[in-house]
Design a protein around this ligand. Structure first.
Ligand SMILES: *Cc1c(COP(=O)(O)O)cnc(C)c1O
Ligand SMILES: [Zn+2]
Length: 415
């Protein structure tokens, strides 16, 4: 590890590691429920030290990590697959399309990256209880990491979260608090809970190490891509922490002298849950009035990290698009049938964005375009089943088999 300080992303104030925990003590005062967080902190490493010590051939990623290895929980994480998909590219008219499959993290979503680092921090601080609000994945992930670390997870989650995610939290032994309300209600309640009863709060962006944790997906893409930044990375966006984390990854790589140009970052949101998109396009912040979408993981009225997410897109000369639920479910099927990857609806929003990017003239012919698949399709089977039809059962006889041959003939030979 190299030394770091926390820097306030609003006033630029710098703080020692144990001087602050969540937001900038000054700018954080401006935060009101119903608005994005203000005074989110960013980890600022000694980049000269990283420059001197980092080797491309034998990379020590510990240099980019804000918590010492002795505190890391015994939760086995491995780099997730990164591969080109010619068939997906062909389906969307994007010649050089790549998939980063973060649905293959242990709990089935990218959230493991943030949970891992925040639980490591809890270990360092000696905090026994970690509290979070979640649409579902942050909670299932925190529950899993806490189980491995022998810590207690207290989770505020909308009672409407997909059943598989609720099953994960319960099975891993978390203290689950279903909220008869929205994710935004859960966010506010969990902040009040830690303010009153203590514990470490893992709310996204509120704890600065959630951004650092999610950053590792960007570092991994760089390494798996042969030490090069891709041209474009498409990020499905709810609170905007993945977007800010990917941005931070490539900024750190640039400041360490490992790349010159940052990838253009694309914010992909659901049509009804588009507060960050609207903020990017209009320059004015407005919460999403009714963020109901099949993509539950990106359904948020007040995105906590709206300011940094917008900056990530503007500073990388990226862009933002929204997609409808029908496009999301269509893209989920296209991804599944062309590449063999089963993504949950939120992740499929990034795939659906490909068509918008292509039609909007946002892509050059030789762009290397990476789609971040953030969560596994088995997380929400009910959503997936909405777009497919179960064939009628056959009778268990030779006549039944003949009917199968008939069905196959109808469909014609595979190409
Ligand atoms: C959390 C999540 C997102 C969005 O991440 P934000 O940091 O909230 O923008 C996207 N996809 C999946 C599957 C997620 O779980
Ligand atoms: Zn500040």
């Amino acid at each position: 590890m190299v030394k770091f300080v926390y820097r306030c992303t609003v006033c630029g104030g710098r703080f020692e590691r144990d001087e602050v925990r969540y937001l900038c003590p000054e700018c954080g005062k401006a935060y009101r429920p119903g608005m994005p967080l203000s005074g989110v902190l960013s980890v600022e490493f000694d980049h000269d030290a990283i420059r001197r010590r980092f080797r491309r051939v034998t990379p020590d990623w510990g240099l980019f990590c804000a918590v010492e290895p002795q505190f890391h929980p015994p939760y086995a994480m491995a780099p997730t697959p990164f591969a080109r998909s010619a068939a997906l590219g062909e389906a969307f008219g994007v010649p050089d399309a790549w998939i980063k499959n973060d649905g293959l993290n242990p709990s089935g979503s990218l959230k493991d990256r943030a949970s891992f680092l925040v639980v490591a921090e809890a270990n360092r601080l000696g905090e026994r209880t970690i509290v979070t609000a979640s649409t579902g994945n942050a909670a299932s992930s925190l529950a899993a990491v806490c189980a491995a670390a022998g810590r207690r997870a207290v989770i505020f989650v909308p009672k409407s979260a997909p059943r598989a995610k609720l099953a994960q939290m319960l099975l891993h032994g978390a203290q689950v608090v279903p909220v008869d309300g929205t994710y935004d209600d859960a966010f506010r309640l969990s902040l009040d809970f830690t303010a009153r009863y203590g514990g470490l709060n893992r709310n996204t962006a509120y704890h600065p190490l959630t951004i650092e944790g999610k950053k590792t997906v960007g570092l991994e893409i760089w390494q798996q891509n042969g030490g090069r930044a891709p041209s474009v990375i498409v990020v499905p966006t709810g609170d905007g922490v993945i977007l800010a984390g990917v941005h931070k990854a490539f900024e750190d790589l640039r400041d360490a002298g490992l790349i010159e140009h940052l990838p253009r970052l694309v914010c992909a949101q659901a049509e009804t849950s588009s507060a960050i998109h609207d903020y990017i396009v209009t320059g004015h912040y407005r919460s999403a009035a009714n963020p109901s979408t099949v993509a539950d993981s990106i359904s948020v009225s007040v995105p906590s990290n709206a300011h940094l997410a917008r900056a990530a897109v503007l500073l990388t000369h990226g862009c933002s698009v929204t997609v409808s639920d029908a496009e999301i479910l269509g893209a989920q099927r296209t991804l599944a049938t062309t590449s063999g990857v089963f993504a949950e609806p939120a992740a499929a929003a990034a795939v659906a964005a490909l068509a918008r990017l292509r039609d909007g003239g946002h892509l050059e012919a030789d762009d290397q375009v990476v789609v971040l698949v953030t969560g596994h399709g088995l997380k929400d089977v009910d959503a997936a089943l909405r777009g497919v039809e179960m064939p009628a059962a056959i009778e268990p006889t030779a006549r039944g088999l003949d009917s199968v041959a008939g069905r196959l003939a109808e469909k014609g030979a595979p190409a």
